[in-house]
Design a protein around this ligand. Structure first.
Ligand code: S3P
Length: 172
């Protein structure tokens, strides 16, 4: 098995496949996985939706920043970042220090299909349409791209293919 000491940070919009690709990187290369949403929800003892509803988005965003700072020093790890992580400049600086930042992209139609039956994402709840997703993607796109060392389109591709492409670029 290939040893991969450099961390990989997966960023991108909700439904771009960060969790799936993180699992594939774990299976193929034995990398550990840290999912920032899961860790935050676990520590707070409530779902991301409840954190947004009860404590507000700003509170959640501050937890994201603190977590990234705390994660400096992990090795051989895929850090699957919540979809808003790349929007703060301070987070981008921390991500770049921690490892290689890989942006996963998908079309609004693909994202819609992937998220339409999910109720765990407060920013999309009651806003699930291709048009709404396209608008958010357009607003966020420049920040996502500015944060990325590598960009991978996921439409119509398997997690294994994406994983191999990441490794061709990054693994030693
Ligand atoms: C968010 C994405 C979510 C989660 C929160 C906010 C965003 O993560 O962090 O609902 O602002 O894009 P996923 O991208 O893992 O769904």
């Amino acid at each position: 098995m290939m040893k991969h000491e450099e961390n990989i940070l997966l960023i991108g919009f909700m439904g771009c496949g960060k969790t799936t690709v993180a699992n594939a990187l774990h299976d193929a290369y034995g990398m550990d996985i840290i999912d920032t949403d899961a860790l935050i929800a676990d520590r707070e003892g409530m779902s991301i939706s409840d954190i947004f509803a009860q404590k507000g988005e700003e509170y959640f965003r501050n937890l994201e920043t603190q977590l990234l700072i705390e994660l400096q020093g992990v090795e051989n790890t895929v850090i699957s970042c919540g979809g808003g992580m790349a929007l703060r400049e301070v987070n981008v600086a921390e991500m770049k220090k921690a490892g290689r930042v890989v942006l996963l992209t998908a079309s609004p139609e693909t994202i819609y299909e992937r998220v339409k039956d999910d109720h765990s994402r407060p920013l999309l709840e009651n806003n699930k349409s291709v048009e709404f997703i396209a608008g958010m993607l357009e607003a966020r796109g420049p920040k996502y791209r500015a944060a990325a060392d590598m960009v991978i389109a996921t439409d119509g591709r398997t997690a294994e293919e994406i994983c191999r492409e990441i490794c061709r670029e990054i693994c030693r």
